[in-house]
Design a binder for this molecule. Structure first.
Ligand SMILES: *[C@@H]1O[C@H](CO)[C@@H](O)[C@H](O)[C@H]1NC(C)=O
Ligand SMILES: *[C@@H]1O[C@H](CO)[C@@H](O)[C@H](O)[C@H]1NC(C)=O
Ligand SMILES: *[C@@H]1O[C@H](CO)[C@@H](O)[C@H](O)[C@H]1NC(C)=O
Ligand SMILES: *[C@@H]1O[C@H](CO)[C@@H](O)[C@H](O)[C@H]1NC(C)=O
Length: 407
């Protein structure tokens, strides 16, 4: 873009005719440059530029017809002189034919659109029905917190949500279909409510937290409903996570309560810890989960980049997310440094068996038994699927390699 800006600066000092010729020359030369050498690189920057200043001139690319890409930059000058009819030669038809637009660097499926109109990402900011769109938002929260809730935990969630300031967007996933009962809370009117009966946290996360939807949020909390937040300060938590460079984290758990893993147990002499001190025989290596690179799935916090990876790892049918915690390290490197537990801001896991009661009584088994069985089964299935995917990848890599070396 530097080239173009310089050409604009120079052209201002020239008379209009010369200016036109100079612009045309730079346009053609630059287009040629794009076509010949730096195509992918420049196309990316071009679409970036366009999305930053969507009202700017039309950057137009057609490589199908001409073979060599050409570009007409900055149509805004055209109000004064660059009336296309004044140019020495009539313009090639593709210079204004919108049916010929093809921009390979656009998101898949949107190649026919000029980059300036492509809105590839979204957010969860609530807008007004009136006034100017640009005045809709008084603030743009940088953090998102979601709770998967049933009405029975209403009091607990009310207390929890109050721990999050206006810097957080609040999103509730309702698994019991009782959304209107939350209206009694003032904050509930500003929250987003998603209702689908008897679904799990990871089912909602996969469907409603696509990375392109939650793109403006620096950190995303995907939390259960049975957490006690009396010792937790959300802003302070964010500060620590940034300080220690944690891409995936969770607040430590009260060591006096029931807990599963040493890794997530609170250590009062630490701000943050990244290693568990777990008995080594539990882990395949010092830096392997659950000795390190490990948080549980009840209260994880993801950075934007980490979530973009983890979202892809969540399987559509494995709704309980068991085993996900052991695989999180695949998304950040080095995992044992970027995954950790925040001791200074900690929570109490109340272990209320909630979703279990949403199960189905079958063969004389209680509903929660069927749910638990499925959790365990999903864990094995997830491990197996991951193993197979790894194997297939390396097989294909080896095949490509031998093909390459034998030719
Ligand atoms: C187009 O050119 C005008 C005048 O030279 C300039 O003010 C404007 O910023 C340019 N727009 C773009 C998108 O380059
Ligand atoms: C492109 O411009 C030419 C000449 O100005 C005009 O005749 C033609 O109708 C335009 N085509 C489109 C698709 O706008
Ligand atoms: C919200 O974020 C702003 C900007 O980072 C900060 O100044 C403010 O203190 C935060 N609000 C609270 C309640 O911490
Ligand atoms: C192997 O080559 C095929 C065809 O070019 C490609 O689709 C595949 O991704 C390659 N596999 C690996 C592991 O690089």
């Amino acid at each position: 873009m530097g080239v173009l800006m310089r050409s604009n600066g120079v052209s201002k000092k020239l008379n209009e005719t010369t200016r036109l010729m100079v612009t045309t020359f730079f346009g053609v030369a630059f287009g040629f440059l794009i076509g010949v050498s730096y195509q992918p690189f420049l196309l990316t920057r071009l679409s970036l530029q366009s999305s930053i200043a969507p009202t700017g001139g039309s950057a137009y690319i057609d490589e199908k017809r001409s073979g060599v890409s050409t570009m007409r930059n900055n149509g805004t000058g055209s109000t004064q002189a660059p009336n296309l009819n004044d140019t020495p030669k009539p313009p090639a038809p593709e210079l204004n034919d919108t049916s010929k637009i093809w921009v390979p660097s656009n998101p898949r499926g949107a190649e026919r659109l000029p980059p300036g109109i492509v809105a590839a990402e979204s957010d969860l900011y609530l807008r007004r029905l009136w006034g100017l769109p640009k005045d809709d938002l008084t603030s743009k929260p940088k953090y998102l917190v979601t709770f998967t809730v049933g009405c029975e935990q209403k009091k607990n969630i009310d207390a929890a949500v109050k721990k999050f300031s206006e810097n957080f967007s609040i999103l509730l996933f309702h698994y019991d279909g009782r959304t209107s009962e939350w209206d009694e809370f003032e904050w509930s009117k500003r929250a987003i409510h998603v209702s689908a009966r008897k679904q799990t946290k990871w089912w909602y996360a996969k469907r409603f937290l696509h990375p392109d939807i939650v793109a403006p949020y620096d950190y995303i909390f995907i939390w259960d409903e049975d957490l006690g937040l009396q010792h937790f300060n959300a802003e302070e938590y964010i500060r620590l996570v940034k300080k220690y460079g944690l891409e995936i984290s969770q607040p430590a758990l009260d060591p006096n309560k029931w807990f599963t893993w040493t890794m997530t147990k609170r250590r009062s002499d630490h701000e943050v810890h990244k290693e568990s001190g777990e008995k080594k025989q539990w882990c395949s290596g010092t830096h392997q989960p659950p000795c390190a690179a490990f948080v549980e799935i009840m209260a994880p916090v993801f950075s934007r980049d980490a979530w973009r990876c983890v979202w892809h790892m969540i399987q559509n049918d494995l709704v309980h997310g068991w085993g996900l915690d052991f695989a999180l390290g695949r998304c950040v490197q080095p995992a044992h440094e970027k995954i950790g537990v925040v001791d200074a801001q900690w929570i109490v896991h109340q272990s209320v068996p909630t979703l279990g009661n949403q199960g189905f009584a079958d063969n004389g088994k209680a509903p929660w038994q069927g749910v638990k069985e499925r959790c365990r089964r999903e864990w094995k299935m997830f491990q197996k699927q991951f193993e197979n995917a790894d194997k297939e990848y390396f097989k294909s890599l080896a095949a490509n390699h031998s093909e390459y070396t034998t030719h």
